[in-house]
Design a binder for this molecule. Sequence first.
Ligand code: 0O2
Length: 209
Amino acid sequence: MAIDPSSMREWGKMLLTYKFALDEVSTKLNILNEELHFIQNYNPIEHMKTRIKSPESIRDKLIRKGLAVTIDNAVNHIRDISGIRVICSFSTDIYRMYEMISKQQDVTVLEVKDYVANPKPNGYQSLHLIILVPVFLTDRMEQVPVEIQIRTIAMDFWASLEHKIYYKFNAQVPHEIGLQLKDTADLIASLDKRMFALNEEVQKYRLDE
Ligand code: 0O2
């Protein structure tokens, strides 16, 4: 089922609101990162990546959910139209960013999925949040959902490769490859722990200087 071309302007208008929400959340995260840099000379965020789901991808998700392809269904049933991936240095930074963003007065946390504390069976690690942020438009205010995925550089490295493998095998990853992926995810988790410990060690040297 295709999106009716005559409704493309309406879809564009709807997606613009999601872009504004994404702009707001990016600004919030940049402010936190810059302030922490000023106060502690430390940037918890390595980089961020934002994306708005395309109408085609929204359509596919609605169809997967067994829903009609309408703007109303997209707004009411899809909460990751706006997505931001926040890549941190260490796993402790993940929870630090989560705490700071969730404490903000205009932010409502709708859902938290902690795949860092509880990795998915394939090894995937990341902290997923769905938050609502208010977007003030010319004639109204809308509370818009944004999905935030927060993870370390190492977790992101694993997830990007796993994503490619998943699509290469059309979602049917051979058992042996799956086992190896899980094994590398465990290595990534232990690497994150060692890098954190190393960084703590380096901080001590700094204090002694
Ligand atoms: P895209 O293009 O990245 O957006 P829901 O969105 O709630 O209906 P689900 O699966 O319950 O679906 O949500 P969840 O667990 O929060 O995961 C959503 C997103 O997390 C996915 O988005 C991926 O980006 C990422 N993700 C989840 N599991 C894995 C995984 O095993 N490997 C990798 N590499 N990424 C994962 P989309 O919609 O799949 O795609």
